[in-house]
Design a protein around this ligand. Structure first.
Ligand SMILES: Cc1ncc(COP(=O)(O)O)c(C=O)c1O
Length: 388
């Protein structure tokens, strides 16, 4: 339609700037190897998924989902507050709260919704929200849409955060951070953030999207690894990554959970997630807690890969986890490298602005616990050839 020509013009501009995005179709289940619709006969070694522990296709997780679908049906049929709260939702919430050592937990349809719900409901006019300048879009957009003032800080310059925290003009202050940063693979300095939040009586919110399942003695995340679970006043934990299911948890005091149930519009006005997703997540969470070898295997492989990348002279930023950015600079170069990898049997996506700052386009390499040594070695060989 002529009325949509203005959209086409914008899309053309994006293409010109190497920033056009398109959907890639996978025609197999998720795992270290996948098949794409464009090339369904040749396997692609996958290095860009968040299926860090390979639980998305674990037979026990699949059985739990299938059994739940059989018992409970698939759709939840209504929002949680109408008639959509079913036993698998409650079972998951009880287990998650116990795991995080919090009074209560609430299950949301996605991490995006959880952050929207939390960050539009709790901070009020007259409050100040302080977020890391590279926090995930779900945090940034939620805070921007909320009623409170907000500022960003750099995690390598926490003095600025402290300056904002010491501003007496605000009634309450919230600090919102990812635990493991999704595009950089580095970790928040939770010990220092906890110290600051205590000194200035702020509320600390930790999004464990990329820490849950990957760090900590029982896979509970970065806060657990540092023995700081009690310092995170509110934990947000998307379940579509290491947990291999979908949806997200918020764990905190009962008052916070009751408030979200009563006041958070993104929780109230949406259909409850399918009970089978909750059952799959519960099974995966039990596996994570009882198989500590999985996150250990993941981090050992990631550590070896980071060392090899550094030896090869690749710029991996400050990564210390299973997310390893290979920062190449321009969007064009990132696309070239991704295409070069694909030609050699790898599937790694180019991450470009606005997802990452201009000039830092990258390949976001993410390791899975079940990647083989051979797959890691081949990846290094192809990257080295691309670098040359
Ligand atoms: C830090 C962080 N929070 C929240 C989300 C959103 O979670 P979901 O994909 O479940 O909406 C993501 C997703 O990538 C994320 O990286």
């Amino acid at each position: 339609m002529r009325e949509f020509e203005y959209l086409q013009r914008e899309l053309d501009d994006l293409r010109q700037a190497n920033l056009l995005r398109r959907l890639r179709e996978i025609v197999s289940s998720q795992g270290p190897v996948v098949y794409t619709a464009e090339d369904p006969k040749h396997p692609k070694i996958l290095f860009c998924s968040n299926n860090y522990l390979n639980l998305a296709s674990d037979h026990r997780v699949l059985s739990a989902a299938a059994a739940a679908a059989k018992s409970w049906g698939f759709g939840a049929a209504a929002s949680r507050l109408i008639c959509g709260t079913m036993s698998p939702h409650r079972d998951l919430e009880t287990e998650f709260a116990r795991w995080m050592k919090k009074e209560s937990a609430l299950y949301f349809p996605s991490g995006w919704t959880a952050n929207q719900a939390l960050l539009t409901a709790l901070p009020k006019k007259g409050d100040l929200v302080l977020m890391d300048r590279l926090d995930h879009a779900s945090i940034v957009d939620a805070v921007r849409g909320g009623q409170a003032d907000f500022r960003t800080y750099r995690r390598d310059q926490l003095g600025r955060l402290e300056k904002h925290l010491s501003n007496p003009a605000y009634r309450r202050k919230f600090i919102v951070t990812e635990s493991v940063f999704s595009m950089d693979g580095d970790r928040a300095d939770l010990a220092r953030l906890a110290e600051l939040k205590n000194r200035y009586k702020a509320i600390l919110i930790v999004d464990e999207a990329h820490g849950l399942g990957c760090l900590g003695p029982t896979g509970g995340g970065l806060a657990e690894e540092l023995g700081l679970t009690d310092q995170a006043d509110i934990i947000v934990a998307p379940l579509g990554k290491a947990v291999g299911s979908s949806g997200a948890m918020i764990a905190s005091e009962q008052t916070v959970i009751d408030y979200l149930i009563n006041k958070a519009r993104p929780f109230i006005y949406t259909t409850a997630p399918p009970p089978a997703c909750a059952a799959a997540a519960l099974q995966a969470i039990r596996i994570i807690q009882t198989e500590p070898d999985r996150p250990k295997r993941l981090q050992d492989k990631a550590s070896r890969l980071r060392n090899r990348f550094s030896e090869m002279g690749l710029n991996i930023g400050q990564s210390t986890t299973q997310i390893i950015p290979v920062i190449v600079g321009t969007a064009e170069k990132a696309l070239d490298w991704a295409a070069g990898l694909e030609a050699k049997g790898f599937f790694v996506l180019a991450i470009r602005p606005p997802t990452v700052p201009k000039g830092t386009a990258r390949l976001r390499i993410s390791v899975q616990s079940e990647h083989s040594e051979d797959q890691l070695t081949k990846l290094c060989e192809v990257l080295l050839a691309l670098k040359k």
